[in-house]
Structures are given as C-alpha cells and as structure tokens.
Write a protein that binds this ligand. Structure first.
Ligand code: PEP
Ligand code: MG
Length: 312
C-alpha cells in the first residue's frame, strides 16, 4: 500500500519451485514470473506431463492463496535445448523461439498446457505466453489452451475456472498493439529485459554495447506507459517482470504510470515494498509527464535520482 493508499502487488520472479521459500521469506505477495525453462534444461529429452504437473503443483501449493504466474516455455534466443534439434541461427534473438516454437510443436506445447491446467486446482494460477508479437499468436495459443481444457474436462479431470491468461509484452509490436491485445487477455506483464533489447536494437548480452542497454531510454518508458494505459482502458491489470521492476530509481515512475504489479528477484522485494510504502501515488503520477518529456536516458536517470533524493 502506498502512503496515500494505492494497493500494488510486489511479487517475485522464480526459476525453480525451491525459490518459493526465499520469495515468501522476503515478503513476496505472489509470483509474477515463474520461468519454466529449468524443467526442460540439462536433460536428454522433453519432460513429460506428470513431471511438469508435479513442479507446477509444488509452486502453486507453496504460494497459495497468492497468485503464481507461470510462463510457458521460452526456449531459443539465449536458452538452447540440444534435444529439440533447433538449427543454428545467425540471429537467435529474432528467430525460432518461445511461443513460435510452441505453436509450431503442438504436442510439446499441449503437454505443458495439460500439466498447467491439471495443477490449476492447487492454487491461484496465471498462465503467461512469452514473446508475443501478434494478435494471431495470442488467439492460437488461447485456442490450444481451450482445446486442452476441453480434453481434460471430458476425461473427468478437475480444472480451475479461475485461471487467468496473460501475455508478456516484450516486443515493441505487442506494446504498440496493446490496445487490441488487451481485449483478449486477463493481464499483461511487461518484460523489460527483452523490450529494451528489441526497442533499442541493443543485444542484451553484448558487453561492448552494454552502456546502450538501459531501462531509462525514453522510447522504452513511453512504450511502458502506453502498455499500462491500454491495459487499464480495457480493464486488465498490468505488471512488469523484467529487471526494471525492481529498480529503486524507476519504481516511483512506474507507480506513477499506474503499474499494478512489480515482479522482481526475491532479494529486491523487501526494499521495494518498503519504498512503495513511503511513496505517494498522486505525487508520482503528477511527475510522469515531466520525466517522459525528457529526450535522453541520461536526463531521465538524473531526474529520477534527484526525485529520489528529495523523497528521502
Ligand atoms: C524479460 O524479457 O523481461 C523477461 C522477464 O524474460 P526473460 O528475462 O526470461 O527473457
Ligand atoms: Mg524475455
């Protein structure tokens, strides 16, 4: 709760079910991003439905009654799975990855969706699709989810009716189309790690241009504002699960833009909750136009630092 009474959620990003303990110890009010890649990594073949079901159930039970947003497989790019036999690509970050692979391999995708829906009765589940770049992908992914749900129900398997379905906004095309996409989903989660990379054409792993990779770039922040506004226009909640959500200098700006959920590494949760508790939403909101009118990342960073000092 901010000082003037606006309720926001501070959640944790987790990579394995074991991480939930640390998330809870640090005061996380949910999981805003559960990366499922760990189930698929360091093995010789695809994980089966039962194994995945157990992992998802464990996370949901550990966090209940808090919401857990589980992201479907985000493979490719920097995350390789040798047994999938994916060809080497000259631009893996722009290639065959994440939802593109899943939509192309329905059997693999449906196994994960079945495991997720079966686990849904053990807590409060959100299912999130990564690397969405078009409405068509959202509809196809939702179509497969609906099909899997029908199959489970006809088999007599219990499935929760309360599962939220959302998408990551981490590609500029999705941010620009967010008014259209918002009508199809229950929530957005902004993935700044990739959104910065794709908006500024700066490889997130290339140390030589690391100084160009910044969440303070005004183009990135304008997209973030647009996504939050469009989400709210259509009545859905908007979170952020990229590293920027735990950036203490950015939090006041994100709060002012209306961000509903901040999901971050467990170690940042406590200080972020404490900071949000001291902030005033109405004041933060009033400052957004002045910050977003600035022309450079350096100016934005400097202004946010000055505002931060004045808050303390
Ligand atoms: C992101 O892109 O911001 C994100 C949270 O996903 P990942 O870092 O796993 O690509
Ligand atoms: Mg990403």
């Amino acid at each position: 709760m901010t000082h003037d009474g606006r309720k926001v959620i501070v959640a944790a990003n987790v990579g394995t079910p074991k991480d939930c303990e640390g998330a809870l110890r640090n005061g996380a009010e949910g999981v805003g991003l559960f990366r499922t890649e760990f189930i698929y990594l360091n093995r010789e073949d695809l994980p089966g439905e039962e194994e995945q079901f157990q992992a998802y159930k464990e996370v949901l039970e550990a966090m209940a009654p808090r919401e857990v947003v589980i992201r479907t497989l985000d493979v490719g790019g920097d995350k390789e799975l040798p047994y999938l036999g994916l060809a080497k690509e000259s631009n893996p970050f722009l290639g065959y990855r994440a939802i593109r692979v899943c939509l192309d391999r329905p059997e693999m995708f449906k196994t994960q969706l079945r495991a997720l829906l079966r686990a849904s009765v053990y807590g409060k589940l959100g299912i999130m699709f990564p690397m969405i770049s078009s409405l068509d992908e959202v509809r196809r992914a939702k179509g497969m989810l609906a099909q899997v749900r029908e199959e489970l129900v006809s088999e007599g398997v219990a499935v929760s009716e309360e599962v939220e379905v959302g998408i990551m906004i981490e590609i500029p095309a999705a941010a620009v189309m967010s008014d259209v996409l918002a009508r199809e989903v229950d929530f957005f989660s902004i993935g700044t790690n990739d959104l910065i990379q794709y908006t500024t054409a700066v490889d997130r792993l290339n140390g030589k241009i690391a100084s160009l990779y910044t969440p303070y770039h005004p183009a990135v922040l304008r997209l973030v504002r647009q996504v939050i506004e469009n989400g709210h226009k259509f009545g859905i909640w908007v979170g952020m699960c990229g590293e920027a959500a735990g950036d203490q200098a950015l939090i006041p700006l994100l709060l002012g833009m209306g961000l509903d959920e901040f999901s971050m590494s467990a170690i940042s949760v406590l200080e972020s909750r404490e900071l949000l508790g001291r902030l005033n939403y109405a004041e933060a909101r009033a400052r957004v136009p002045e910050v977003l009118a600035l022309g450079t990342a350096a100016e934005i960073e400097e202004t946010l630092q000055i505002l931060r000092i004045s808050e303390e």
